[in-house]
Ligand binder design. Sequence first.
Ligand code: ADP
Length: 356
Amino acid sequence: MQPLVHFKNVNKYYGKALAVNNLDLQIERGRFVTLLGPSGCGKSTSLRMLGGFEDPSSGSILLDGKDVTHLPPHRRNVNIVFQDYALFPHLTVGRNIAFGLELKGMPSEKIHARVMELLALVELQDYADRMPDQLSGGQRQRVALMRALAPDPDVLLLDEPLSALDAKLRHQMQIELKSIQEKTGKTFLFVTHDQEEALTMSDVIVVMNNGRVEQMGDPHTLYARPVNRFVATFIGESNFLDAELRSVDGNIATLDWCGHMIHATLTGPAAKVGSHVTVALRPEAIYAVSREPDRRIALPGRITNRLFKGNFTALTVGLNEGQSLVAQLDPVALAHLEGDDVWIGWREEDAVVLAD
Ligand code: ADP
């Protein structure tokens, strides 16, 4: 199927600095897609190139199969929501939403119906005649979103729209944004540096770093099957073990870590037997027991730190070989204390051999 948006080998230079490096990205219609990465990695620039606010230095951008690379913003059917969600202060809620439709020359009865339909979507039917300063912050944001959706854009671009909000409102808006996207079936391209925000809302996350795409996938896959250290640490936390690949059976690798045989899942093509690779292991995938377990993976160590974190307890386990791993365990079931000797292990499907 033809993607709705296609960035084809797009580069963007600012002077000599390469802000977006060979972006090749396809976005399907109706998805909530998030560009996620640290500040300065090229998220905004990518979004703005799709919006027509920046010109790519090379490559092309297709929207619904049509080359829009050099079209001005008003000639492409996308709309952008900025961080401040500014509404026109002198217009009512209804007129704010109607604004883009009036510009398009839509007949007034149709505009009225569309405005009421959009207000109903966010349960603000009774607010059409209010002025923006009579609304709460959350309500203003919902109106701004409806204003952006009113002209029925192919893609709605959202550039860190929640970053100025306090934690509670940000949480509410995450759920609301996702629900609006689902109800309208519109394609959202969302930019954030906040991994939790990306995990909560997205169908697809595109992890970027230094202008490049590191990995793209659904939230669960990115979390469970990161391809490299950057993704494994940018999304959630990970422990890393440098080990030597000994053998491969199906997608399970057997590795030598400091003389211990350990096991982990391969996510890509296997490296050569004998080569050094990195295994990534989530803290919550580790278990700790007092006696040597009768399991395939068992490493001895001692608890050097125990921190109660509410819904989990973080244990730092100093392994006998000198490396420390962090484990997250259920505080209710946890009997181990700081200074205790323990054996740790994990299910081989919960650890991954990184591709690079
Ligand atoms: P992000 O959205 O991931 O924080 P940006 O896309 O805003 O990153 O920026 C990517 C890189 O391009 C950064 O190094 C930034 O400093 C640079 N950059 C962005 N906009 C401009 C500009 N108008 N002029 C010069 N450099 C820019």
